[in-house]
Write a protein that binds this ligand. Structure first.
Ligand code: ASP
Length: 354
């Protein structure tokens, strides 16, 4: 009799306690921040393919997340597959659509921030495009990998873990869009790829890292010193980017102007200088009302109105060209495209951007 009674008590306790335990686990889980991982492709989502003899897009968004141990302990993850391509195939139009998608996700109250997985070849441009056009200031962390999922010690899982950690970290809420790889956090404005085959490839030149992720913590070093915001346009104009070299006769510039370029970025030398023939070609573009931004092939130090003789930065500004300042030529190109797509954009307003 006693035994039956004891059994009944035990069974009743199990019926009452088990759901309570399960519920408290559920409550804990829903207290975790929600992070949406938007996947676009890149090496992070690639595997070796014996047919082509190289790595190719192979891993779905869900599988990418499943390969990251411990993620469920720091956030509730939702995935959204945008594309699965090598980032050499990315276009400004795709970043425009990505920006609209990410903005839509960030507007959700239940979302803490977004992680975008992206190929590293053009991740710096993608991050800069979103930084310029997103309205939401919630954290967006771009992340990729230098080693594919089928290599020895792929870097993707740790990079994704750190990116999610960063989105959730109190210390990392004001940076806007960053590129975070190999524990280092870079601003979208200054980040650049510096190595083609090494995991420590991204840095921010003389502007420095924003912070570092170690032992499940974000350690901030810097704030972002310049953010430029413009509304996301419906379409983007054609803006070529042309480099110059010793003996350049400027014919490529004249060619793209004659072919209907709406703006032009010229990669000059040094602090933003071009030779006399290129200067004349830039004057040709300006005379046809094609705005020209001059950047530099030198990676550090920026472009300024320092030299006064024909083709020097100062003479270019006097002729009506813009200087890219601290922006790389390819980011200056995106900024010019976004700016020229704004209704009623004026020369004076362009001057405030460059
Ligand atoms: N080619 C690859 C890409 O940009 C490189 C990488 O992801 O690391 O898509």
């Amino acid at each position: 009799m006693n035994t039956l009674c004891e059994r009944l008590i035990i069974v009743s306790l199990i019926i009452i306690i088990l759901p309570a335990i399960a519920m408290s686990g559920g409550a804990q889980e829903s207290a975790l921040p929600k992070v949406v991982v938007v996947t676009t492709g890149g090496t992070i989502a690639m595997k070796y393919d014996p047919v082509t003899g190289g790595v190719v897009p192979a891993v779905s968004g869900k599988d990418l997340i499943a390969a990251v141990p411990g993620l469920a302990k720091i956030a509730r993850i939702e995935t959204c597959e945008f594309s699965n391509i090598d980032s050499s195939q990315m276009t400004p139009e795709m970043w425009r659509r990505l920006s609209a998608k990410v903005q839509q996700i960030l507007e959700r109250e239940d979302v803490k921030g977004v992680v975008v997985t992206h190929g590293t070849d053009t991740i710096a441009e993608g991050a800069f495009f979103l930084e310029t056009t997103l309205v939401s200031t919630k954290p967006v962390v771009f992340v990729g990998a230098m080693r594919s999922a089928s290599e020895l010690s792929p870097d993707g899982p740790a990079n994704i873990y750190n990116a999610v950690l960063q989105v959730c970290a109190a210390e990392a809420q004001t940076w806007g869009v960053t590129v975070t790889m190999n524990q280092f956090i870079n601003s979208a404005r200054h980040v650049r790829k510096d190595e083609t085959t090494n995991v420590q490839t991204f840095d921010s030149g003389e502007y420095g890292f924003l912070g570092y992720i170690v032992a499940d913590r974000v350690i901030p070093f810097n704030t972002v010193w310049l953010k430029q915001k413009l509304p996301l346009p419906d379409s983007l104009p054609r803006v070529p980017y042309i480099t110059t070299f010793a003996g350049d006769d400027g014919s490529l510039i004249r060619y793209v102007v004659d072919r209907g370029a709406k703006g032009l970025v010229v990669e000059g030398v040094g602090a933003g200088n071009v030779n006399k023939d290129v200067f004349a070609a830039i004057e040709y573009a300006l005379a046809k009302a094609v705005p020209v931004v001059v950047a530099s092939r030198v990676r550090r130090g920026g472009v300024y109105a320092l030299y006064g003789d024909t083709g020097g930065g100062s003479s270019l500004v006097k002729a009506g060209a813009f200087l890219a300042g601290d922006l790389s030529p390819y980011k200056a190109r995106l900024l010019l495209m976004i700016a020229l797509a704004q209704p009623g954009m004026t020369k004076a307003r362009l001057r405030t951007l460059f």
